[in-house]
Ligand binder design. Structure first.
Ligand code: OFO
Length: 165
């Protein structure tokens, strides 16, 4: 179980890097300040998810191993490409969380199973939000007015379902 949780530390930390790179790319695109802020927030939240795992592993008598991260993708052909990648990434993370739940049940580790339920709920929200945003971008296509409104709408969108700390 500990190894699997440490593997998830890597995935959450890597997610934070992926969204940080999206944020930096978005920041140099004109007129999408709220999309930029969304990616920065999302990156911060993934780091919180990583920290929550680290604290859990250590508090349960294990040792959370801080892993090296890969360089994430740095640029995207369009905003929609970045959001498609975000959805793909979240689906991968959900699969990984589900796999952890399986391991917890197999090992009859009910404390970890309980701990993981927060992540299960979080992934449901994050995937749903990513789908909604991708659907909007699909409709908008290359329409600049639509992108302007999309950026305005993203202002109040948050992926956080609760305080992970
Ligand atoms: Fe860690 O919440 Fe999505 O990936």
């Amino acid at each position: 179980m500990q190894d699997a949780l440490n593997a998830q530390v890597l995935i959450e930390g890597q997610s934070s890097q992926v969204y940080l790179a999206m944020a930096s790319w978005a920041e140099i695109q004109p007129g999408i300040d709220n999309v930029t802020a969304f990616f920065y927030r999302h990156s911060d939240e993934e780091r919180m998810h990583m920290l929550k795992l680290i604290h859990f592993i250590n508090e349960r008598g294990g040792f959370a191993v801080i892993p090296p991260f890969e360089q994430p993708n740095l640029t995207y052909p369009s905003i929609h490409h970045a959001f498609k990648e975000l959805l793909k990434h979240e689906i991968m993370v959900s699969e990984s969380i589900n796999n952890l739940v399986d391991i917890a049940l197999t090992e009859k580790d009910y404390a970890t199973h309980n701990f993981l339920q927060w992540y299960v709920a979080e992934q449901i929200e994050e995937e749903a939000l990513a789908r909604v945003l991708n659907d909007k971008l699909e409709l908008i296509g290359d329409d600049k007015g639509g992108l302007y409104l999309f950026d305005r709408d993203v202002l109040n969108v948050s992926v956080a379902s609760g305080n992970p700390e």
